[in-house]
Write a new protein. Sequence first.
Length: 323
Amino acid sequence: MSRSSRRLASVLSAVAVVALLASACSEPTTDNTLTAQNGQSFDLSPQQSGRITTAKVDSIAAELPAAVRDSGTLRVTGTVGTTPPLAFFATDNATVIGSEVDFAHLIGDVLGLKVVRTNGDWAQNFVKVDSNQVDLFVNNVTVTEERKEKYDFATYRQDNLALEVPKDSTWTYKDRKDIAGKKIGVSSGTNQEQLLVDWNAQNVAEGLEPAQIFYYQNAADYYLALSSKRIDGYLGPNPSAVFHVASKKESKIIATYSGAGDALQGEIAVLAKKNNGLIKAVSDALNHVIANGDYKKVLDRWGLDAEAVTSSVINPPGLPKKS
C-alpha cells in the first residue's frame, strides 16, 4: 500500500471512529464537540481554541543546543492513530489533534519554539530521529532498555493498559488466571500482545486453558468485535479505552495494568536521539508545567488524569529486553 493510500485509509478510519463515538454521546453540542456520558466535552475541531498554552521560560530555553534554539522551531514526529485521544484527525480530516499533540506544543511553549509536526508510520518515526530529520518523537512511546541504547527519554505519562469488556459482561478479573479460556482482542506487535502471550504461557504451565488471542489493527474492527461480543474483551492502551468508555454506553474497564507487566511501572516519554543535547531541556520544560499546573490541564482536557506523573525523569528503568 502506498503512503497516500495508507494516509487515506487512516483518515477514513479515524472519521468512522469519531462518527461512531459522536453518535453515542449523550448531548453533542456541535459537530466539533463530543460530550461523553460522564459529562466531559472533547474538542474535535481543527482550531483547538481550548489547547493549553504556557509562557516561555528563558532559563530552560537556554539549555537547548544553539542550532535548535536559533532555528525557532521544534521538529516533532508522531503517528496518527484511529483512536482518540492520543493523536487523531480533527473534523477537517487533515489536522492532527490529541493529548500527544498538546504535550508537544506545551514543551515548545516553554522552550520558545514553534512546533512543526510531521506524521509517519511507527517505524518511520524512529528513522526520522536517527537521520536528524526531526528533533523529537512524541506519541505514546514507551521507555524500553533496548531503545535506551539509541535514544534519550523524558517521561510525562504512565504507560498503562486496560482490559475493556462489554458493559453487561459479568466477567470479574483478579489476576492473569482469569483470562483462561477467554477470547481477547489485541493489536499485534504491541506490549499488550506480549503481556497476553506471557500470561498464556504461565497459565498453561499451571494446567489452565490458554486465552484465545484475536488480532485487530484498527479501532473500528475491535470495537465492532467487542460490541457484537465476538470477543470477551480487548486489551489495549488505557487512554484509548478511557475515551471510548466515556463516549459510549456499551463497554467498561474491568482491569488496568502497567504496560511493563507486574515487575515495573511502564513510562511514556518524549524520545530524542541519544546525546543530542535536547533531553534535559525537554525534561525541565515538562517539570515546569507539572509545577505550574498546565500539565494537569492537558491531562484533564483529554480525560487522562489517572496517568499523571509527579515529575519528568530522564532515562528511567524501561521494559526489559526480550530474552
